[in-house]
Structures are given as structure tokens and as C-alpha cells.
Design a protein around this ligand. Structure first.
Ligand code: ADP
Length: 262
């Protein structure tokens, strides 16, 4: 389709000018396709919890005389509603990040604080699995960026590390200075990711094991949010993993040179 358009236009005007125009159109088409895919995926993902909720509502009606059953169905409705709310929240966050490099609150951000907050928020889920969270590395590192988004990014990596870890293992969060960059590495001893999946995990809604992701309350959007946050800060996120041994996700950001050292 895109190619047909290119040929027709080339025949009409100055060839050099047209080549540029055609390229632009192809890029536009690609973006359009990406947007269309996203919409299709979003509707598909929303249908699951919404469908479950209406089935459960029917079940509650049918079981009106059985208080135990009603309570059980109500509890399941509650967890489906939570899933739905996390999904909607992440879809909105990702759409916001995709619109433009929409960094709301730019400022100097202390990575010690970012890591501490992400770790704090993961403590309960980690505790339930007896997964030990260990933070360390270089102290006092700074970046320029949006603090809330950086916390979200590190938190998504830590939450995943915990979710895909075996009970009674360890998750490490290390900050390391590397020249002009600073790296935040999240290391787990979990299930790992096969080479073929390593690139794809950053795609929206991609999950290696959809059933497992759903069990852990995953949406398949976490890593694409991390990828966008990294890119918006002029950085990147990469993965290194050995199936069965564990994974390391590394967020690399341009570091802010401290103006005065304490
Ligand atoms: P989810 O909400 O499913 O965790 P993500 O975008 O955060 O979605 O991650 C995408 C997929 O990548 C996950 O479903 C999982 O299969 C895989 N994954 C992410 N982090 C890890 C990890 N630390 N160890 C193993 N697999 C992981």
C-alpha cells in the first residue's frame, strides 16, 4: 500500500522532493499502524476483566440465597476491579508518555531517594515471598528528570524482579557511576528470560507467559513504560538474562554533575 503511494507521487513531481515526501508518508503509516495495534490490544485487554465482572455479577444474582457464595463472588469482583484499575492507570500513563516526551516536573533528582522509594513500595510483596531486597552501590548520584516517573520506572523493574523470583531468593538494586552515565541495575535470581523473548519484553502487552503474568497482577505494560521513561530522559533500559538463573535489568541515564560536593 505504502509503496503504491510512493510510485504514483514520484511520477507527478520533482523526483528528489518526492522521495522525501514518500519517506515521510511511510513513517506516518507505520505510526498509524502502531496506534491501531495499540487500540486493538487495549480493547482486547479491557474485555477480559470487564467480561469477568459481568459474569460475576450474574453469579452473585443467581447465588442470592447463599451468603458464602455471594461473599466469594464479591471478593473476586474486587480483585477484577483492582486489575482493571491498574490496567487503566498504566494505559493512561503510557499514552501520556507516547504523546510527546511529556516530562511534567523536571528537576535534579537524587537516585538514593528514587531507589529507597521503589524498594519501600515493593517491601510488602517481597515480604510475602520471603524475597530479600538489597540496595547498594554508589551513593549521592543525581540525574535531571521527572522524579515521579523515575520512581515508576525503578518500581516496575523491582516489582517484576520480585514477581518473577522464586521464594526465599534475593533481589539486588545497585546504583553505579559509569562515566557520564549512571546505571541502576535490578538483579534477580528468578525464572529468567529466553534470548528470543529478551527484546520483545519491552513491547506493549508482550508477556512471555500470559497466565503467570495475569496471576501476579501483571498488565504487560510495565517494561514499555520503563522504556519510554528511559528514552524521555535521554537514557535506555537493557536486559541480560539466563533462563533458570535470573535476570538483570539496567536503566542507564545521563548523570548530573553535582555542583557542590558535601
Ligand atoms: P508484566 O505486567 O506482565 O510483568 P512487563 O511489561 O513488566 O509486564 O513485563 C513483560 C514480560 O517480561 C512479563 O510478562 C514477563 O514474562 C517478562 N519479565 C519481566 N521482568 C522479568 C523478570 N525480572 N524475570 C523474568 N521475566 C520477566
Amino acid at each position: 500500500h505504502g509503496r503504491m503511494l510512493l510510485q504514483v507521487r514520484v511520477a507527478q513531481v520533482n523526483p528528489q522532493f518526492l522521495l522525501v515526501l514518500a519517506e515521510d508518508l511511510t513513517k506516518e503509516r507505520r505510526l498509524e499502524a502502531v496506534r491501531r495495534d495499540f487500540t486493538v490490544n487495549v480493547s482486547h485487554e479491557l474485555k477480559t476483566p470487564v467480561g469477568a465482572l459481568s459474569l460475576l455479577a450474574e453469579a452473585v444474582e443467581d447465588a442470592a440465597d447463599d451468603p458464602v457464595a455471594v461473599r466469594r463472588f464479591a471478593a473476586r469482583m474486587g480483585s477484577e476491579a483492582t486489575r482493571l484499575s491498574v490496567l487503566v492507570h498504566e494505559i493512561i500513563e503510557l499514552s501520556r508518555l507516547q504523546v510527546s516526551g511529556a516530562l511534567d516536573e523536571m528537576g535534579v533528582v537524587e537516585l538514593d531517594d528514587v531507589v529507597a522509594e521503589a524498594v519501600d513500595r515493593a517491601r510488602t510483596t517481597a515480604g510475602a515471598k520471603n524475597v530479600e531486597l538489597v540496595a547498594g552501590g554508589d551513593r549521592g548520584e543525581q540525574v535531571v528528570g521527572d522524579r515521579a516517573l523515575l520512581v515508576t520506572a525503578v518500581r516496575n523493574l523491582v516489582d517484576n524482579a520480585v514477581a518473577y523470583s522464586a521464594p526465599s531468593t534475593r533481589v539486588g538494586i545497585g546504583v553505579h557511576r559509569a562515566g557520564d552515565l549512571v546505571e541502576i541495575a535490578v538483579v534477580d535470581q528468578g525464572i529468567g528470560i529466553a534470548v528470543a523473548d529478551q527484546e520483545r519484553v519491552f513491547e506493549r502487552f508482550y508477556r512471555v507467559d500470559p497466565a503467570r503474568s495475569r496471576d501476579t497482577g501483571g498488565t504487560g505494560l510495565g517494561l514499555s513504560i520503563v522504556k519510554h521513561v528511559a528514552a524521555d530522559h535521554g537514557g535506555e533500559v537493557t536486559v541480560w538474562s539466563q533462563p533458570g538463573k535470573g535476570s538483570t535489568f539496567t536503566l542507564r541515564l545521563p548523570r548530573n554533575e553535582r555542583t557542590s560536593t558535601p
